[in-house]
Design a protein around this ligand. Structure first.
Ligand code: 4AD
Ligand code: MG
Length: 421
């Protein structure tokens, strides 16, 4: 009996007879299995035969062929497979996401996503972090009240889908020191940009006795590890996607750091120098504004690595961020912007550790004080400086793959206009 293997093991079996279970990707000469036969695309088959090396054989990584000695057809696919190998419009592809994920490009992107996620866990688990899960049903907003998903909740009134696990991470550090949560987060984002989903996966580390500088060190260590691991383990996927990996190879800590003030000066200069009226409109900027995508692109153009921008105006950031000493209008926040126009991949800050200062912020933002009683209490019993950040899995994956839109970086994307399939 021939040994049953998976396609990924094929290189170890050259000259031997093996059995592989799979699907017909293409009848002629491309794909997971190279077959010359008359089965419709996506038919399920079990094939036994000898493994041959052939440099020309396609696939990821490719280079091998299976001779067909015996074939069992598990199911002959219907002839009208909607996602044939020709190019489809985006809407058509998204409507058929359940089939689109079988395509090699999507397979490659989602393999990179899997690697990003496992690299995250490897890195943090081996650096003293504890993975504690935080709730998805929560009593109040944590990242602004305009992007809340609300759901009726028995006799309690309403609950909200978590926009972040951060506040619960902040409770957990007082028991565990360094923690992270890693799960789906929800934003009723009205924005239809290529960087926004309504459901996305966020990694959020939180660290006790850590200031803004310490936080940036954790971020650059983690991002370096992710990039280098993906380059090493997903070389074939990146090659298939046509990614220019020379743009990723030099991404190693330390990353450049620039203050919001300096970034603002630079943007104002660019705005003033711009002569094309259309571009000028997009680049419009003054101190106090949050960056739009065109601003982030201009900043990242100056570096070939991700860049930290720190010290944003408090008015454009969340309520829990520690004010800059002596400059209450600025907060100890930091965003990490990825090169090549990808923009913000991580957002984080030092947190307000003083009880009264936090309470004042909660009042100022008009947030319901009762819902934050527990969060305020953390500031009464052994409060310490602490910091954390959130990293968007789809944004990192899209950047590493060099793809245009983050909707391809999650198996089943949810956007303002889409909850199907
Ligand atoms: O900057 P954000 O909103 O930060 C927080 O939620 C903090 N509570 C995190 C923390 O400090 N623990 O989100 C963090 C990251 C962003 O940098 C981005 O990568 C991603 O989450 N993100 C989104 N990704 C896809 N679609 C969206 N709508 C996203 N919103 C944020
Ligand atoms: Mg942010």
């Amino acid at each position: 009996m021939a040994e049953q293997i998976s396609v990924s093991q094929i290189s170890n079996y050259v000259g031997q007879e093996v059995t592989i279970k799979g699907w017909v990707y293409n009848r002629t000469d491309k794909g997971k299995l190279v077959l010359v036969m008359r089965l419709p695309q996506e038919s399920a088959v079990i094939i036994t035969g000898p493994v041959r090396e052939d440099k020309r054989a396609p696939g990821i990584p490719g280079g091998y062929e299976l001779g067909v000695k015996q074939i069992e057809v598990v199911q002959e696919a219907a002839l009208d497979y909607p996602m044939s190998l020709k190019d489809h419009g985006v809407d058509f592809a998204l409507d058929h996401r359940h089939l689109w994920i079988r395509m090699q490009s999507q397979w490659a992107i989602l393999r990179v996503r899997v690697k990003v996620m496992s690299a995250v866990r490897e890195y943090l688990d081996s650096h003293g972090f504890f993975n504690l899960d935080t709730p998805i049903l929560t009593p109040a907003a944590a990242e602004g009240t305009t992007t809340l998903f609300e759901t009726p909740y028995f006799d309690e009134g309403f609950a909200y889908l978590a926009q972040t696990g951060q506040l619960y991470n902040e409770a957990n550090i007082f028991s565990f020191g360094k923690v992270y949560c890693f799960g789906p987060t929800f934003r009723a984002e009205k924005s239809k940009t290529r960087r926004h989903l309504t459901e996305f996966w966020m990694l959020e580390p939180e660290i006790a006795f850590c200031d803004l500088d310490g936080l940036m060190e954790v971020e650059e260590g983690l991002i370096t590890y992710i990039v280098q691991t993906v380059l090493r383990d997903c070389a074939a996927e990146l090659k298939f996607l046509g990614r220019d990996v020379s743009k990723l190879e030099n991404i190693k800590e330390p990353f450049p750091r620039i203050s919001y003030d300096d970034a603002a000066k630079l943007l104002i200069d660019l705005y003033e120098q711009e002569t094309d009226p259309e571009k000028k409109e997009l680049l419009k900027f003054e101190w106090g504004m949050d960056f739009g995508a065109p601003h982030e692109t201009e900043i990242t153009k100056l570096y070939d690595k991700p860049v930290f921008v720190y010290g944003y105006p408090s008015a454009v950031k969340a309520f829990y961020m520690e004010p800059w000493p002596g400059r209450p209008e600025v907060c100890k926040s930091v965003d990490l912007l990825a090169p090549e126009g990808y923009g913000e991949i991580c957002g984080g800050s030092e947190r307000i550790s003083n009880h009264d200062a936090l309470l004042a912020r909660i009042h100022k933002e008009g947030l319901p004080e009762e819902a934050f009683q527990w969060y305020l209490e953390l500031r009464k019993y052994g409060s310490v400086p602490h910091s954390g950040f959130g990293m968007g899995v789809e944004r990192v994956t899209a950047w590493l793959c060099g793809i245009e839109h983050i909707r391809e970086a999650i198996p089943f994307p949810r956007t303002i206009k889409r909850v199907y399939p």
